[in-house]
Write a protein that binds this ligand. Structure first.
Ligand SMILES: *[C@@H]1O[C@H](CO)[C@@H](O)[C@H](O)[C@H]1NC(C)=O
Ligand SMILES: *[C@@H]1O[C@H](CO)[C@@H](O)[C@H](O)[C@H]1NC(C)=O
Ligand SMILES: *[C@@H]1O[C@H](CO)[C@@H](O)[C@H](O)[C@H]1NC(C)=O
Ligand SMILES: *[C@@H]1O[C@H](CO)[C@@H](O)[C@H](O)[C@H]1NC(C)=O
Ligand SMILES: *[C@@H]1O[C@H](CO)[C@@H](O)[C@H](O)[C@H]1NC(C)=O
Ligand SMILES: *[C@@H]1O[C@H](CO)[C@@H](O)[C@H](O)[C@H]1NC(C)=O
Ligand SMILES: *[C@@H]1O[C@H](CO)[C@@H](O)[C@H](O)[C@H]1NC(C)=O
Ligand SMILES: *[C@@H]1O[C@H](CO)[C@@H](O)[C@H](O)[C@H]1NC(C)=O
Length: 900
């Protein structure tokens, strides 16, 4: 019984804890009036020479009376800006200077009060989602505020900027520079590095142009380097600046240009006309002054408008709350109704919506922003250009799309389309529905580009279906294209150059079979190769199909997705990207045979070692004989060593480890034999060890490791070189004699028969090709015969750079290069190489052992051993002498004793 109450209690407590404690303590508009504070700073008003407090009260009460149909608003008025508002205030309208507005904002944040602040011009905007700030901008003085708003709203995300400003504008707007360099941590405005250039706008004509050119030239890009710069131009000379900048190539995909157009009447300005000469790819935006000239700004009007916006918003929310409240139960209402913050956010949204539609007074100043959509435009407008022929593509376009429109009809630059992205007004700041420079962030904006390609494994592998449409594409180059399309935000259609040729240049159907067969080219699939015996294995990139070059030249394509050898880049009608691969040449020969093993047993020692070995045997035998013989005591002498011959056999037998039947009894003799045994141990051990090594690692005859060794190999009589190699071209400029000699002798082969791989196998021929192609041959023969007959040269020569092709003057070359570069840095390209190119071939493991050179035992190794033997002899000899002397001495003493 007690335990169950306990349990219930516990459960109850738990329930209590689970109930959200953080209840919505802000009463809804249904149960309480909204409370509003109006703070009009008396000091500020006297400073401005206006006093509107009385008017404000009147205006506000009029508006509430006339517009608030539901609920109620309690308004409290203050004339002192340091007032601390209590938590139950929903919103506050303030009129004070910039500094106090920010102070007030910071103070009211903890109590969460929606702030509607009317303040000075040149004031950094309060956070847009928490407050509404209306700077009082005098007519014509809006630049500092515009610049501040650009920074606060991050319209231009620039880290550096070059600013060109007219002298007169700088003089008129003293705070302009201050707002350009403004930085703040509360608003997350990071500092930017800035170059400010003043334009003396009293200059005219030639002098003006010369000055502008001098100023701009400092920032002009040099040819092979991509610079990314940002320019902000506030000048009456924008047309001159665009013109001069264009001649200096300063309008390219990396740069961003923002122009404030100072023409009084925006209708006089036509962005299409100003940019008529610009190339595709420029990032350029214009801000146009749309201020209505007959507009009067008054504080009265602004307060009126803002109050109206606030009151209608509250009224609208109250209506909504009533509607919802009527639909649901009280409990549900408690759980779903807005908290204070949510309510404020909603009111702010409603107010902005209202002001966008209805504001009249403070929207006097208004700047419209237009930005250019240019990237890839020539692709989109391709169909409008003259001299175009139809192109077959994966997409079947209706024929009407290709009918070219009369080019004289429009005089504007087809590559530029200006879109209105929004406007600036003092009340709302920037109201934009698109980025100021959409291409910088979104690159090609998901348009579709045309890319020309040819089938050339492993670089481009096109898989087609039975209708001849490309259904799949892969290979190194295609992987790069896929990554580019992802990074640069475009999709693409592939046009196969060969397919076009069929369609438009060979009208007869007879040759179709041939070209299909040629383009059906397999890579690294032995079974497929066997049915195309005549085809050469592997690929070449030196010769680019003529059609590709022609098509690229016509500038119809974004890029040619073909791997092409970089050669004389300055003389080509197109441009190469940075190299995506470097391939080297090598040669293939028959693998050298093993050296005959008949003399293998002599291999461990060099000739001198063997001779010395014989020498010491011949020397040691007499030595042993002499020591044995000279032993003074007859009983010490060993009968078995009494002749030179038997000594010789003893020594020889010991060397071959047959053992000796006898041992000298005298110490001298024992020393000789003992030291000999040391020699024997060393000799035998080194010999055995080395013999094993020679047996394990076979020795090969010298092969061709380097091309200049060819002369030594008279049996190689035919030299082969694949047709269409860069090597052939390279040799014309090289100074290497062996290359020149080779080329003069070489037969150029173009098919499997001429390649004559059988002759290479026989050792009569040597072929030069890309190393990867040769590796493929070796690999294939290994797979078929499980034997390794071929050897590749140790030397790899002639670095052939391989790159993609873009049309000459393509605006996007640097952009593509930058992305290829980052693919390199991230290791993508290396990975695609590994996936698509043959790895080190299967025979290289065994072939590599050819390089092991065994160490031969030579005199350097053995001299210590021989010296030891010599020492032994010497010690034995000295010892023999002692023995002799001692014996003499003993004998003479005995004799003396005897005679005594
Ligand atoms: C709420 O506002 C109405 C009209 O604005 C007013 O008549 C009423 O007295 C107010 N109620 C309270 C509690 O302040
Ligand atoms: C914008 O246009 C208005 C009306 O034509 C003009 O009064 C104002 O000075 C212009 N602003 C600037 C910065 O030139
Ligand atoms: C601007 O140019 C005028 C006319 O050439 C010249 O008189 C004036 O000194 C220049 N102003 C400056 C600041 O260089
Ligand atoms: C503001 O409006 C009131 C009437 O609503 C008027 O009496 C007053 O003069 C106006 N003030 C200014 C500065 O226009
Ligand atoms: C690609 O462009 C489209 C159209 O402008 C844009 O909506 C999208 O966000 C872009 N994607 C990327 C990854 O930039
Ligand atoms: C880009 O375009 C392709 C086809 O045109 C479309 O399938 C894809 O959804 C688009 N992507 C974006 C982000 O707009
Ligand atoms: C592109 O090619 C032209 C000539 O074909 C050459 O003059 C130019 O320097 C090349 N551009 C780059 C960026 O390499
Ligand atoms: C090499 O190829 C080219 C074009 O593919 C051809 O014109 C030429 O005859 C070939 N040369 C040889 C020796 O096969």
């Amino acid at each position: 019984m007690r335990s169950s109450t306990c349990l219930l209690l516990l459960l109850g407590m738990q329930l209590f804890i689970l109930v959200p404690i953080e209840a919505n303590d802000f009463s809804s508009f249904l149960s309480a009036n909204a409370s509003l504070a109006v703070v009009v700073d008396q000091e500020y008003m006297t400073m401005r020479g206006e006093n509107i407090m009385a008017h404000v009260e009147k205006i506000l009460s009029d508006i509430i009376r006339e517009n608030l149909r539901n609920g109620g608003i309690n308004v409290k008025y203050f004339t002192w800006n340091a007032v601390r508002l209590k938590k139950d205030f929903l919103a506050a309208i303030t009129v004070t200077d910039c500094e106090n507005t920010w102070k007030f904002y910071k103070n009211t944040q903890e109590n969460s009060i929606l702030l509607i602040a009317i303040t000075d011009s040149d004031c950094p905007r309060l956070p847009l989602n928490r407050a509404l700030m209306i700077p009082i901008v005098e007519n014509g003085d809006e630049f500092p505020q515009v610049i501040l708003d650009i920074k606060v709203q991050q319209i231009l995300n620039w880290k550096t900027a070059v600013v060109f400003v007219d002298q007169t504008i700088l003089d008129d707007n003293s705070v302009l520079v201050k707002s350009i360099v403004h930085e703040s941590s509360t608003n997350h405005i990071s500092p930017i590095s800035l170059i400010l250039y003043k334009i003396n706008d009293s200059l005219r004509g030639q002098q003006k142009r010369a000055t502008l050119r001098r100023a701009l030239a400092q920032f002009a890009p040099n040819k092979h380097e991509e610079m990314r710069q940002q320019f902000l131009v506030v000048s009456a000379f924008h047309e001159d600046i665009i013109e001069i900048g264009e001649t200096l190539n300063m309008f390219h995909v990396g740069n961003q240009w923002m122009f404030f157009v100072l023409d009084k009447d925006p209708r006089n300005f036509d962005p299409d006309a100003v940019t008529i000469n610009l190339d595709e790819g420029a990032n350029i935006a214009f801000a146009l002054n749309e201020t209505s000239p007959d507009c009067q700004y008054t504080l009265n009007c602004t307060i009126n408008e803002v109050s109206l916006a606030l009151v209608t918003s509250i009224s609208r929310m109250t209506v909504e709350e009533e509607f919802i409240y009527g639909e649901i139960s009280d409990e549900e209402w408690e759980s779903i109704r807005f908290t204070k913050q949510e309510k404020q956010a909603e009111i702010l949204d409603y107010m902005k919506e209202y002001l966008k539609a209805n504001s009249k007074c403070s929207s006097c100043a208004r700047w419209r922003i237009e930005t250019a959509i240019t990237w890839g435009k020539s692709q989109e407008h391709r169909k409008f250009r003259t001299g175009l022929y139809r192109i077959s593509s994966l997409k079947s376009l209706p024929l009407t799309d290709w009918i070219s429109i009369d080019p004289t009809r429009d005089a504007k630059n087809r590559n530029f389309e200006f879109i209105n992205i929004g406007y600036w007004s003092p009340m709302l700041g920037f109201v934009c529905q698109e980025l100021a420079f959409p291409h910088i962030e979104h690159h090609f904006r998901n348009i579709t580009m045309d890319i020309v390609t040819v089938h050339n494994p492993p670089w481009q592998i096109l898989t087609k279906n039975s209708n001849g449409a490309i259904v799949k594409h892969s290979g190194i180059v295609m992987e790069i294209i896929k990554e580019l399309s992802r990074a640069l935000n475009f999709s693409y259609y592939l046009h196969e150059a060969a397919a076009l040729k069929e369609d438009y240049f060979l009208s007869s159907s007879t040759s179709t079979n041939e070209s299909v067969r040629l383009s059906t080219f397999f890579f690294a699939t032995p079974s497929a190769i066997s049915c195309l015996q005549d085809e050469l294995i592997g690929s070449m990139t030196f010769r680019i199909p003529y059609r590709v070059v022609e098509m690229v030249q016509n500038n119809q394509f974004f890029i040619a997705a073909v791997a092409a050898t970089v050669e004389d880049p300055d003389q080509k009608p197109f441009n190469y990207t940075i190299p995506i691969s470097v391939q080297k040449y090598s040669f293939i020969t028959r693998k050298p045979d093993e050296v005959s093993r008949i003399y293998l047993f002599t291999a461990p020692f060099t000739m001198e070692t063997w001779l010395c070995l014989v020498g010491i045997i011949l020397l040691t035998a007499p030595m042993l004989y002499a020591i044995n013989r000279l032993t003074p005591l007859k009983e010490m002498q060993i009968a078995g060593l009494s002749t030179i011959k038997s000594c010789f056999w003893y020594i020889f037998g010991a060397l071959l480890q047959q053992g000796g039947m006898y041992l000298p009894k005298a110490d001298s003799g024992r020393l000789v034999v003992g030291f000999w045994w040391i020699v024997v141990i060393v000799l035998v051990t080194t010999y055995c060890g080395n013999l094993v090594a020679f047996l394990t690692f076979p020795k090969f005859q010298p092969g061709v490791d380097y091309l200049n060794q060819l002369e030594r190999h008279k049996d190689i009589s035919q030299y082969g070189l694949r047709n269409g190699t860069f090597f052939e071209r390279y040799v014309q400029t090289t100074s290497r004699e062996d290359f020149k000699h080779y080329l003069s002798q070489a037969k150029i082969y173009g098919n499997g028969q001429e390649e004559d791989i059988e002759a290479v196998k026989q050792g009569q021929r040597i072929n030069i090709d890309w190393r990867i192609n040769l590796q493929l041959i070796v690999q294939q023969h290994f797979e078929r015969n499980k034997e390794c007959h071929f050897a590749l040269g140790k030397e790899s020569f002639v670095d052939e750079q391989i790159a993609l092709i873009v049309p000459a003057q393509s605006a996007y070359l640097h952009l593509v290069n930058r992305h290829i570069n980052s693919m390199f840095r991230m290791g993508f390209i290396e990975r695609w190489h590994q996936m698509n190119l043959p790895s080190a071939n299967k025979c290289s493991g065994k072939g590599a052992q050819r390089q092991v050179t065994n160490h031969k035992v030579n005199m350097d190794d053995m001299q210590g051993c021989f010296l030891v033997l010599l020492l032994g002899f010497t010690v034995a000899f000295v010892s023999g002498c002692f023995e002799l002397g001692y014996r003499r001495f003993r004998a003479s003493r005995k004799r003396r004793e005897f005679t005594n």
